[in-house]
Design a protein around this ligand. Structure first.
Ligand SMILES: [Zn+2]
Ligand SMILES: [Zn+2]
Length: 419
């Protein structure tokens, strides 16, 4: 309804319809206003016409017909896409493929939508509780954990655990969190490993949006996790209890029976340290790449002879070379980033052949260490350099080992050195 709706009250319904048709036909508005004795400005005439009832639309709350406003003569027919109730606030918006669907915000409509959303959320929570019921998974006794599982669990608890909620909490997007491991790929792998071994269970009371659209396949980075470790075979231990046991266990240092597993962990962590550093440096220059396998192969091969921090140095040099080449030749740097593994390998081979001296201690001091790295090289192995400044075989040689492990679990670099 408009301020002008009473301006035509002196006219009969048929006269108003005739006037509207003459208006649509394009007759001069000023002449029509004089002829029909209407006191509105020419631009206000269209707003003075009464709305038209819709034949097929009723207000669901008043059960009276809905109305539409009349279109101006210069408006296309489709521009009138809204119907309204004369007695309440209800609106109806005609759906169309080329615009966003609007919904009525009158009080009863809003309330009805709230109820529908509430019912939908309740149904979704029921499905989640049925699928992720805690009783379905048997608990994992602490005593059965290997050193790899212990490190994974302790790193996740330290980086993401909350003693207050007794849950592993998801990292809110955009929030700074402790670095769990050197790379996002390894972060994901740690959670996946904990899930597959049932060390952690998906909390069925995690935020609902983590389970949309499929409750059976939640977004693992958005759910909360519960410890599934038991210390007494009767009940699940709290995160704090598990963490305390892990800390005491790891602080005692490496055991001979862990030799083989620790040798592998040191090796794979070092490769992630190199890859994660390259990934971060590239991201700083706005470069992303999908050549993880090639970088990892180069990192693993160079790590047989060079310490992590030396390879970081070489990777920085290689990256600078790639960026300078892109700038010099006016090529998009995204196109040349694929040459980075080859350049790094070339530099690494020269460094090994010509026995370049590493100059990584400056970088090591300023580097951001992940929780996993600190636990493995700091708490467990007590390496003051954090596993960055020596060739891998030295760390492996320092591990206590049983006589059988000593003969079968050497790193390839150790075998190469002793050959
Ligand atoms: Zn109504
Ligand atoms: Zn409504």
């Amino acid at each position: 309804m408009t301020d002008y709706h009473h301006k035509l009250s002196h006219l009969a319904a048929e006269d108003i319809e005739t006037l509207y048709q003459r208006y649509l036909a394009g007759e001069p508005i000023a002449a029509l206003l004089v002829e029909y004795a209407i006191d509105v400005p020419a631009s206000g005439l269209i707003r003075a016409f009464p709305p038209v009832p819709c034949a097929d639309l009723d207000c669901p709350w008043c059960e009276r017909p809905l109305y539409t406003r009349r279109r101006g003569k210069s408006q296309p027919a489709r521009s009138v896409n809204e119907a309204f109730c004369l007695t309440c606030e209800h609106r109806y918006y005609v759906p169309a493929y080329n615009r966003l669907q609007r919904y009525c915000i009158c009080a009863p409509c809003s309330q009805e939508r709230d109820h529908a959303r509430h019912d939908q959320q309740a149904r979704l929570r029921e499905q989640i509780l049925a699928h992720w019921a805690m009783g379905a998974e048997s608990m994992v006794p602490y005593a059965t954990l290997g050193i790899g599982s212990k490190l994974t669990l302790m790193a996740i608890i330290e980086a993401r655990g909350s003693a207050w909620s007794d849950r592993i909490e998801p990292v809110e997007p955009g929030h700074c969190a402790l670095l769990l491991s050197p790379s996002e790929t390894m972060d994901t792998a740690l959670f996946e490993s904990a899930r597959l071994q049932a060390l952690l269970l998906v909390d069925p009371h995690s935020p609902l949006e983590a389970f949309v659209p499929n409750p059976a396949v939640p977004r693992l980075e958005r759910v909360r996790w519960i410890s599934n470790i038991t210390l007494d075979s009767r009940q699940r231990a709290t995160l704090t209890e598990v963490y305390r046991h892990l800390h005491r266990d790891l602080a005692r240092g490496p055991r001979p029976e862990w030799h083989r597993e620790l040798t592998q962990l040191i090796r794979s962590l070092a490769a992630e340290e190199v890859y994660g550093q390259i990934e971060r440096r590239c991201a700083e220059h706005g470069l992303s790449f999908r050549t993880r396998e090639r970088h990892q192969a180069v990192a693993e091969s160079l790590l047989e002879h060079l310490p992590v921090c030396h390879i970081w140095d070489l990777a920085n040099t290689a990256l600078r070379g790639v960026l300078q080449f892109a700038e010099h030749c006016n090529v998009n740097s995204m196109h040349v980033v694929g040459t980075l593994p080859g350049k790094l390998n070339h530099l690494g081979r020269r460094a090994i052949g010509e026995r370049w001296a590493p100059c990584g201690s400056r970088q090591t001091a300023g580097s951001l260490r992940s929780v996993y790295s600190r636990l493995l090289h700091g708490l467990l192995l007590g390496n003051p350099d954090g596993g960055l400044e020596c060739p891998l075989n030295l760390y492996a040689q320092a591990l206590p080992c049983t006589s059988r492990a000593a003969s079968s679990a050497q790193l390839p670099c150790m075998q190469g050195d002793t050959a």
